[in-house]
Ligand binder design. Structure first.
Ligand SMILES: [Zn+2]
Length: 496
């Protein structure tokens, strides 16, 4: 009887209280099975990371790829040591003779070396392609639709020490380790085959299917480790901590770590929001980011569907961009927390990256070939965040910001629907992030606000944990408005 009374009360108190936790608080031991001992089809370990309404997804997504990772982070931050076992199911309609993995550290100032590669226990030779940003794994036997293979490998990753490719999101800088795309991951196979290419310098490069990641991370005990998913295991081994993270369904797996992080947390509904800042950075901004994230999660949750995970992390990191989205985590440029930096930039960046949890993570898209699909939508809904949070009068400021971006190329009518690599210099930001959301607004006006809102919610729901494309986006919009949008798409989206 007591428990029944106490727990709802505690939940209520937690949901009302913002609590600060320092990085040094001892975390109680919690034993998790080693990822390599977990059965491939056992998804129970992912349940705790999903809000109750989202948990039925664990009985769906048949054949989603499973990654079991064992990773060592050394004290000198020079090389990661990893071992990975992957279960891949051919969910295509055609037989496959090869599988690719992306090796993005090779084009981001570091390097990945894969060894001891085995497919179903049989050693195979790998072939490096696309400036070593991809490795082709020839399969010993043709993989028919519905069939599975188990792929094992060891991998060593040289950690970048200088900011290089992909906006400096991978490396060890100023006491912060940022591991964007550190593990070999299988790209999407679609109508164009395997999505592998030399990464364009301006694009967000990952294009992955929703998958399940179970990762055991051994690292110096004084590091605060931030990652996609939730901690399902925590042990101490000498001077090291061993954390097991479960993330899934998720489109990627990200880690950041530092011995300089302090945390501010808040629980809203079923989700705990954690904001990590480097010690010495303004406390106020850490708390502000919590508020921005809470407001954004509420705004987008009400419009499209509740945020699926029980944890959301915001982490301040050095980078050459303003922010970057990962499943369950957003990295925000450390500079935006500095006292002189405009608070509205921090707010817009947090809202934007939160928006990617809906459009990028839950609904995936080809960020290299069709970057506008997620970026233009996310820029548009960032405007909705301001309206939902501050009222209709807040829209103008955001609209001005979008025109400011487009003005960087003199409002040139360059199509928003080009591959990332086709834009020169400042065109990418100006067109995809400036003109792109203005197109979404024009589309909303053409369809009528109400029909458009219903359409966007339907687009989210019908593509959840799948992939959206420009074609499916347009077709669904046309079915909602019962109208022909050819002229509008020709004016804004398509190459002339
Ligand atoms: Zn974005």
């Amino acid at each position: 009887m007591k428990k029944i009374l106490v727990f709802p009360l505690m939940a209520l108190i937690l949901s009302l209280t913002a609590c600060a936790i320092s990085a040094g608080d001892p975390t109680p031991t919690r034993i998790a099975p080693h990822p390599f001992d977990v059965a491939w089809d056992d998804r129970a370990i992912f349940r705790e990371g999903l809000i109750e309404a989202e948990q039925p997804i664990l009985d769906q997504l048949p054949g989603a790829t499973v990654y079991h990772i064992d990773l060592q982070i050394p004290r000198d931050f020079r090389h990661l040591q990893g071992r990975m076992e992957t279960l891949y199911t051919n969910r295509e309609n055609e037989p496959l003779n090869e599988i690719y993995f992306r090796l993005f550290p090779n084009t981001a100032g570091g390097g990945t070396t894969v060894s001891a590669l085995k497919v179903d226990g049989q050693g195979v030779d790998i072939v490096h392609e696309f400036l070593d940003s991809a490795m082709r794994v020839p399969l010993p036997a043709t993989l028919q639709p519905g069939e599975q293979v188990e792929i094992q490998m060891d991998f060593e990753v040289e950690i970048a020490r200088e900011m290089a490719g992909n906006y400096g999101l991978f490396g060890y800088f100023d006491g912060v380790l940022v591991l964007d795309e550190f593990a070999p991951v299988i790209p999407v196979y679609d109508d164009e085959g395997w999505n592998v290419e030399v990464p364009p310098p301006n694009a967000d490069v990952p294009y992955y299917d929703a998958s399940f990641y179970l990762a055991r991370v051994t690292a110096p005990a004084d590091l605060t480790i931030v990652a996609s998913g939730i901690v399902v295991g925590h042990e101490q081994e000498g001077d090291d901590q061993v954390l097991t993270f479960a993330a899934g369904p998720a489109r990627d797996f990200y880690i950041a770590a530092s011995d300089r992080y302090v945390i501010v947390s808040r629980t809203v509904g079923e989700t705990t929001i954690n904001s990590y800042v480097v010690a010495g950075q303004e406390d106020d901004r850490a708390k502000l980011t919590l508020q921005f994230a809470e407001d954004a999660l509420k705004s987008f949750g009400a419009r499209f569907g509740v945020y699926p995970y029980t944890e959301f992390d915001i982490v301040s990191t050095p980078m050459m961009a303003l922010g970057m989205e990962y499943p369950g985590v957003v990295a925000i440029a450390l500079d935006l927390y500095e006292p002189g930096s405009p608070v509205v930039s921090l707010e817009a960046t947090v809202a934007h990256e939160v928006g990617h949890q809906w459009f990028y993570n839950v609904v995936g898209n080809d960020q290299v070939d069709e970057p506008w699909i997620d970026e233009a939508i996310v820029q548009y809904i960032t405007g909705l965040y301001f309206v939902d949070t501050y009222g209709a009068q807040a829209e103008q400021g955001w609209l001005d910001a979008l025109y400011d971006r487009w003005n960087r190329v003199g409002q040139a009518d360059i199509p928003i629907g080009l591959p990332a690599g086709s834009y020169e210099g400042r065109e990418y930001g100006a067109i995809v992030y400036g003109r792109g959301p203005l197109f979404v607004m024009a589309l909303a006006e053409e369809m009528g606000e109400e029909a458009f809102d219903e359409f966007l919610r339907d687009y989210y729901e019908s593509h959840a944990w799948g992939i959206g494309t420009g074609d499916t986006f347009r077709q669904l919009a046309e079915s909602h408005c019962q109208c022909d949008l050819t002229a509008l798409f020709e004016e804004w989206v398509y190459e002339k």
